[in-house]
Design a protein around this ligand. Structure first.
Ligand SMILES: *Cc1c(COP(=O)(O)O)cnc(C)c1O
Length: 357
């Protein structure tokens, strides 16, 4: 069967090898004669999977024992609420408003305390990452969105928040590059963009923050519950965790996060260089803040954009329509998108330009 090129923003492309591996052992995991879909989450085989997934995430990202690594449900969207529910306690938190996802996080935080917007790029349609941040003193934490999936902007350098814990939504760029986890209090990411299928959310949290978790929360919404029980208070999303484990094996086989990062830069340059070659395509993000995961661009007219998406689809390049809230076009080129797939895209873009430019 011929596969198409998947540029959807999420759920998103997975490596062919990972899906083939899952397929090959779907009916019979480790020779036990049962499927990952039907075994107990308390079984030895699942225990190895979840422990293995955690160990690989730790080694790939360089996460020390000062941090807990959790596998939760509810998506990044539940983390928008859980972060303030656990840590805001009626106080003030600083949020940087970089776009649609940051705004959703801010909305939830407003339910649990005060939000101070320390910086915003709303004035220019969220086309850049604000600098000159104005942090408040005594903030419970600072929240950023490391990559805005819709606007196509990405933090290149994380802000220095001194003693205030930095919390980050990394849903669409986790493991796309090397980062220093020690700079963060908490990182969360829905898996379905860069590290697996939908259904599991990765949380990486500095262990000492557990002491500050609000008391009296409903059991499932307290980070303490999940940290105490190794993400096994209740049934975890077993299959999604299994897929994350296979993804981590794959990242390791690529040479680790640094190797993946190098390829990601090459992929992003291929598309951006095509965009920048003349003024037919127009990148929507400020150059220095352009995302290496989600490339957002416009064509000279909406009619041409529609035609571009239509012809791309006919050529097997899927998911290039921009988010419905902003229009335009978007190519999501996550870790699992191959260099070859991006070369095909760049070729298509050049051909389309020569026919319609
Ligand atoms: C996709 C996305 C979300 C939402 O994730 P869910 O897992 O669907 O809740 C949040 N933040 C960012 C940056 C995203 O890209």
């Amino acid at each position: 069967m011929s596969r198409k090129y998947n540029f959807y923003a999420g759920p998103a492309v997975l490596p062919r090898e990972v899906m083939e591996k899952a397929q090959s052992e779907l009916l019979n995991l480790n020779g036990i004669g049962l499927s990952i879909l039907e075994i107990s989450h308390r079984s030895k085989d699942f225990d190895e999977i979840i422990q293995g997934a955690e160990a690989k995430i730790r080694s790939l990202m360089g996460i020390s024992d000062d941090y807990v690594v959790l596998f939760l449900q509810g998506g990044a969207s539940l983390q928008f609420g859980m972060v303030p529910m656990n840590f805001l306690k009626g106080g003030t938190a600083d949020y940087v408003n970089t776009g649609a996802w940051a705004k959703k996080a801010i909305k939830e935080a407003n339910l649990f305390g005060k939000v101070h917007v320390a910086g915003s790029s709303e004035d220019e349609g969220y086309s850049y990452i604000p600098t000159n941040l104005d942090f408040s003193s005594g903030a419970a934490y600072v929240h950023i969105t490391s990559n805005e999936t819709i606007g196509g902007i990405q933090w290149k350098e994380y802000p220095d928040t001194a003693e205030t814990p930095l919390m980050a939504d990394m849903s669409s760029d986790i493991m796309c590059r090397k980062i220093d986890v020690n700079r963060f209090g908490l990182i969360y990411a829905g898996a379905q963009k860069n590290i697996g299928p939908a259904g599991v959310t990765l949380v990486i949290m500095r262990r000492e923050l557990l002491d500050q978790v609000e008391d009296g929360l409903t059991t499932m919404l307290s980070y303490r519950t999940h940290a105490d029980k190794g993400s096994m208070y209740n049934t975890p999303p077993c299959f999604a965790v299994y897929m994350v484990k296979l993804m981590m094996d794959w990242v390791e086989a690529q040479g680790g996060v640094a190797a993946v990062e190098q390829i990601n830069h090459r992929k992003a340059s291929l598309v951006y260089d095509t965009i920048d070659a003349d003024d037919f395509y127009r990148g929507t993000a400020r150059k220095e803040d352009r995302s290496i995961m989600n490339v957002t661009f416009r064509l000279p007219s909406e009619d041409l954009e529609a035609l571009f998406v239509k012809e791309a689809t006919a050529s097997g390049l899927m998911g290039l329509k921009g988010h419905r809230s902003v229009g335009g076009c978007r190519a999501s080129i996550y870790n699992s998108m191959t260099l070859e797939g991006v070369e095909v895209l760049a070729d298509f873009m050049r051909n389309f330009r020569s026919q319609h430019g």
